[in-house]
Ligand binder design. Structure first.
Ligand code: PNW
Length: 551
């Protein structure tokens, strides 16, 4: 039996008309009769006891007049006591102040300032102006009641040319203030060192395709650990190396806009892994015993299943799809210190097929350098969507090199999945549960933080974003099941994103925020969405249920 609260809510007036809950002596039963294919809710003990019947599982959308139902159904007691309830953002997407107070340019400044690359030539020059409006963001964080906040440091705000030869004191002061304010409000910061925004000065030297970048990143990381590590205990070195390498160096859709199919993608990815490895070892050797923090890297992954479950080729393609996305970075770090065998095999075979003779496309890790194996203190996962995978292994044999050709697999969207906002974002909350279990079984029993997950919207702004609210409800339900039924050690959940922000090459046309930002006025006013209010309600319910009982 599950208890729940029913209430009738009048959206126009934004008020609750009536409410039934345990406190009022109303006990509700939610009993699924799956065989008979109907569900009912009975509210007992209330003056007007009534059954509510439905042919499908009862959710808010089945009963639009019962707004409280869905959040109440979420059993927050399955979340561990120290669960991190967070939201995430990234520097370039919110800060603005692109040339203020000594900040150096990054590859995203260059990319956006060149016309025709981003939706309607939007830029992050101002974005949410969080550089100047940090206090407004802090109010939003407090309004949600977050326990954790994930932010990234703009490398070129701190070190304008990317090296520790020149430190920008105003950059240091900005992040010190943000960190101190968070801590004084009881919010734990999780800091990402690199979220897509390489200093342009380093791009000019070759960027992620340049071998020395790993050592330069290590010095930057060391500087951050030394400067902020007395207060920051959760570090992410790199955000989504897959996206940076693939969209930035293969497809050219993201900065630095390189289109070098089948070559740069692996080199850039390799140097990212080397950079991460060096930074983790530096923390481990020089800071861990003093500061006691943890370091990882945030890996994005879809959940993937064969398009035709009975087709062995699709099944094999699904394994390759996984190997070329999550496996590319997770296998070296969590399993062997090297890339997945299937990835090496495919890339080398394809090189022979197309007559590529210029050396290895997928580099080897040098024995002279520290190994990536074991360089994560927790698993950081960004999950957005799922794919059905079909075999492409024999397509385009003699064609040009490409990552997708190497992978020999294509991920497609199941037509039954709803799409939210951007085209790639099919809404599949139970894919997250499956992926969490897969990670536990395949990679690691370390604690997992879901460092990003969210729902985008396009078109007219709806502050009453019932669909996004439903999405968070469904997703947290799946996370709860992963914890309580699959035994996955999930330590935290960070919604993407605190604010509507600069969504890379979609500019401001795609909105992921728990708060709306009015980009049409200079004040950039933040307004909480319904999804923000409901996320806040979940956090507050969880907090009230996990507070130590007073004696
Ligand atoms: C992540 N794709 O990036 C990033 O970490 C965030 O900065 C971003 O805002 C968020 O997801 C939402 O997009 C991605 O095209 C960007 O498949 C693009 C893709 C995936 C992830």
């Amino acid at each position: 039996m599950r208890s729940l609260t029913l209430l009738q809510y009048e959206a126009e007036q934004d008020r609750v008309l009536w409410e039934l809950n345990e406190a009022a002596g109303a006990i509700a039963q939610h009993t699924p009769h799956e065989q008979q294919n109907f569900y009912y809710v009975t509210v007992a003990g209330a003056a007007s006891a009534f059954p509510v019947m439905s042919m499908s599982p009862i959710t808010f959308s089945s009963f639009p007049f019962i707004v409280g139902l869905k959040m109440s159904l979420l059993d927050v007691t399955v979340f561990p006591k120290d669960f991190a309830w967070g939201a995430a953002i990234a520097a370039y997407q919110i800060e603005g102040g692109w040339n203020m107070d000594g900040r150096g340019p990054s590859i995203w400044d260059t990319f956006c300032h060149a016309k025709g690359r981003v939706f309607e030539d939007h830029t992050g020059d101002v974005a949410c102006n969080s550089y100047q409006l940090w206090k407004e963001d802090l109010k939003c964080i407090q309004q949600l009641g977050l326990t954790h906040y994930r932010l990234s440091i703009s490398w070129s705000r701190l070190l304008p040319d990317g090296t520790t030869n020149h430190v920008n004191p105003k950059g240091v002061a900005y992040y010190n203030k943000v960190i101190d304010d968070l801590i004084s409000c009881n919010v734990t910061p999780m800091i990402t060192l690199y979220h897509m925004d390489l200093p342009q000065a380093l791009q000019d030297l070759g960027g992620w395709n340049w071998t020395d970048i790993a050592d330069i990143f290590e010095s930057y990381a060391r500087f951050c650990f030394k400067t902020f590590g007395d207060r920051v205990k959760l570090w992410i070195t790199l955000n989504e190396p897959y996206v940076c390498a693939k969209l930035g160096h293969e497809d050219g859709k993201f900065a630095p806009g390189i289109k070098d199919p089948g070559i740069s993608v692996y080199l850039a990815g390799h140097n990212m892994l080397r950079a991460h490895t060096k930074a983790w070892h530096t923390y481990n050797d020089h800071f861990r015993s003093l500061q006691g923090g943890q370091v990882s890297l945030a890996l994005n992954s879809d959940w993937a299943e064969p398009l035709d479950p009975g087709c062995p080729k699709d099944a094999a393609a699904t394994e390759r799809y996984k190997a070329f996305t999550l496996g590319w970075f997770a296998w070296p770090v969590f399993c062997t210190g090297d890339y997945p065998e299937s990835m090496r095999f495919r890339i080398e075979t394809r090189s022979l097929d197309v007559g590529y003779k210029q050396g290895l496309r997928l580099p080897h890790f040098s024995k002279e350098e520290p190994t990536p194996l074991g360089t994560a203190d927790f698993f950081a996962l960004n999950y957005y969507t799922s794919r059905k995978v079909k075999d492409l292994s024999s397509a385009g044999k003699n064609n040009e090199l490409s990552f997708v050709g190497d992978q020999g697999a294509e991920g497609v969207i199941d037509p039954s999945w709803p799409i939210c906002g951007v085209q790639w974002l099919a809404v599949v909350p139970d894919g997250l549960r499956k992926l969490l279990k897969y990670i536990k079984d395949t990679y690691s029993s370390l604690p997992i933080y879901i460092t990003e997950n969210g729902f985008s919207k396009m078109g007219p702004v709806q502050i009453e974003d019932a669909d996004r609210s439903q999405f968070y409800q469904d997703t947290l339900q799946e996370v709860g099941k992963a914890i309580s039924q699959d035994g996955v050690n999930v330590k935290g959940y960070f919604a993407w994103s605190l604010l509507d922000n600069f969504e890379w090459n979609d500019g401001f046309s795609v909105r992921f925020g728990l708060f709306h930002v009015d980009f049409s006025t200079p004040e950039l006013k933040r307004t909480i969405y319904r999804s923000g209010r409901e996320y806040a309600a979940v956090i507050s319910k969880y907090r009230s249920q996990t507070k130590p009982k007073s004696i």
